[in-house]
Design a protein around this ligand. Sequence first.
Ligand code: DLZ
Length: 183
Amino acid sequence: MFEKGVASSTQSHDGSNLRVLIVHARWNKEIVDGLVKGAHDTMVSKYNVKAENIVTKEVSGSYELPFAAKRLISNSQVQSVTNNDLLGGTTPEEDTERPFDAVICIGVLIKGSTMHFEYICDAVSQGLMRVGLDTGIPVIFGVLTCLTDDQALERAGMGKGSNKGHNHGEDWGAAAVEMALLK
Ligand code: DLZ
């Protein structure tokens, strides 16, 4: 037997100076909301990320996530340079508009009767990896790709049976902090 899933990190991670973006889709919103909460609350309660340093944005569907992540990362970088010019330089603590240190993209894709699911899953997973590598900002793949509604509910800790499952948003929050601090 082995413990399935991600093991706890052997290192401690202090997220108190991090600024994190969560972008989520509105498709399958009830499940998405549970995942967003899991990621948000884990970063705050376990890793000391300040709630005011977590910015949440929404898009229509998961297909929109890579574009939104790329644009919002770029905007935060431009904004930060502009602020520094205008203010004559600020320390990271003073600058609330500083660039994001990590981005968590959250969506729930559930297979239907056509090929739509396969195309979107492929495009989103490739797109999110590309945004991370192109921008140098860690992008967390918070997209469930499920064959059934029950699979999605269980992976958000909202399962219908006695076993509610596990909220994967918690793991994504932890991964975002760990990756943001990776030097
Ligand atoms: C079109 C579509 C379908 C069929 N299914 C989902 C889904 O299960 N989860 C999701 O997040 N989005 C879905 N979408 C919407 C697409 O992601 C996208 O918003 C549209 O194709 C418009 O680009």
